[in-house]
Ligand binder design. Sequence first.
Ligand code: UDP
Ligand code: MG
Length: 320
Amino acid sequence: MNKSLSVIVPCFNEEEVINETYKRLKAVLITLDLNTEIIFINDGSSDNTEHLLNEFTLTDKNIKIISFSRNFGHQKAVTAGLNHCTSDMAVIIDADLQDPPEVIPEMIKTMIESNSQVVYCVRKSRKGEGIFKKLSAKAFYRLLNFFSEVRLPVDTGDFRLIDKSIIREFNQMHEKGKYIRGLVSWIGFKQVPFYYEREARFAGETKYPFSKMLKLATTSLLYFSTKPLKLASALGFFSVAFSLILGVWSVLGKLMGYTHASSGWTSLFVLIIFFGGVQLLTIGIVGSYIGNLFDEIKNRPEYIIDKKVNFETKEDGKSE
Ligand code: UDP
Ligand code: MG
């Protein structure tokens, strides 16, 4: 029997690109000797995306749609797709054609030849993206690797091919703050890179404004490392050592007469803001972890589904 492949496509207000995405994906999928389906996740779009997706299902029964009750974010949308995936393999791909669907057959070939469980796509270049996005992404992936306790491949998005064992393990993970590319690395097995040219967005605007990028960055940092906490302790240790030396020096100086304490406004001011800064930073770091604990402990579902199209059973989702 043929193996099966699901293509997971998160969509948030993608009316300008979704027709083209469907067309290009379909053109690739029909060339494959596999049973294929596309799972579109409509992440609370307020434009015509849902209507366009529904139109695809009129002529194509291998299209599935999961519509969220509101915008839950890209990582939740991909999570929902994986939670509903029963195929032997899955490709996670953006809806905006920055990740070219035409490389999917080569990714599958790479997976078979290398006998691996994950083929992750590494961006050789990023077209059509501003200098700020490129530099911040580059710096971020390297900083994250410095902090992280597992090695995370750099310059890699969620565009990847994963097999059934990875999907199964991923679906066992119940943390709410998901950084999918990190979790896939964390799962392990054999993972091989696949180099590709990242295209410019086909149409429309990025759906990842700075605020969403920052949220993804903090989730990845806080969920993959306790090093910021160690950094906070190190800062505390450094300030105590520094203040002890300074304390001894100034007391001795007063006794022996080599300091002139009355002229110390500047040094006092600098010390107060320095230690104040260290304390606030430390509280901030601890607070971020507590905030995440708070979110996890509430144990709310990761996403709420409004509608599902072309799914056989009602029970195949994790949360409704
Ligand atoms: N996306 C989503 N929910 C969001 C934001 C983005 O499902 O809240 C989808 C979006 O439709 C696209 C993918 O995530 O398919 C990546 O988004 P985008 O291309 O805007 O990000 P960029 O490539 O600019 O980082
Ligand atoms: Mg994009």
